[in-house]
Design a protein around this ligand. Structure first.
Ligand code: HEM
Length: 147
């Protein structure tokens, strides 16, 4: 699957004006569809919403900079291992993210855009879970690469 960064960037630009409402919708969707992950998060997730939103903006802003992306995702992946996030949680998070973007993107959403986000989420998941596994194994394995 190839990553069409233009489709990701264009749809994200359409979603961006909705700001933190996007993250709020995402968590409502995730906890409604995957309630088993609710316990991993703090009871009050207001700050978490802002952090997720900031992380998404940073990821999209660094799409053309694979080394930056790699560094960001390795850090995120290692921290997520400590939060108790497991590789099997990632597809549910990806599904809620896509549902959220589709909800806010309006006319800027179609099947090609969904595929582009799916490809991006695959890259993000691989880099994050690879870094988490690397940490668990004491740093011996290579983390998945972004480029
Ligand atoms: C696209 C993938 C993901 C992104 C961009 C992302 C982003 C973030 C960010 C920015 C934070 C704030 C803390 C930090 O920077 O370390 C965070 C915290 C957290 N994330 Fe994720 N995340 C992703 C996937 C997941 C998955 C798959 C899970 C598993 C359910 C998860 C569970 C958590 C938890 C439990 C916290 C800590 C919340 C707290 O302190 O209450 N995340 N995430």
């Amino acid at each position: 699957m190839t990553l069409d960064t233009a489709l990701v960037t264009r749809s994200f630009a359409a979603v961006e004006p909705y700001g933190p409402d996007v993250a709020a919708y995402f968590y409502d969707h995730l906890f409604a569809h995957t309630p088993e992950v609710r316990g991993l998060f703090a009871a009050h997730i207001d700050e978490q919403r802002d952090r997720l939103w900031a992380a998404l903006r940073t990821l999209v802003a660094n799409l053309g900079k694979p080394q930056n992306l790699q560094n960001i995702l390795e850090g995120l992946g290692r921290r997520h291992a400590a939060y108790g996030a497991l590789p099997e949680h990632y597809p549910a998070v990806g599904a809620s993210l896509l549902a959220t973007l589709e909800h806010f993107a309006g006319d800027n959403w179609d099947s090609a855009t969904a595929q582009a986000w799916s490809a991006l989420f695959g890259i993000v998941s691989a880099a994050m879970t690879g870094a988490a596994a690397d940490t668990a194994e004491g740093g011996s394995a290579d983390a998945a690469t972004v480029a």
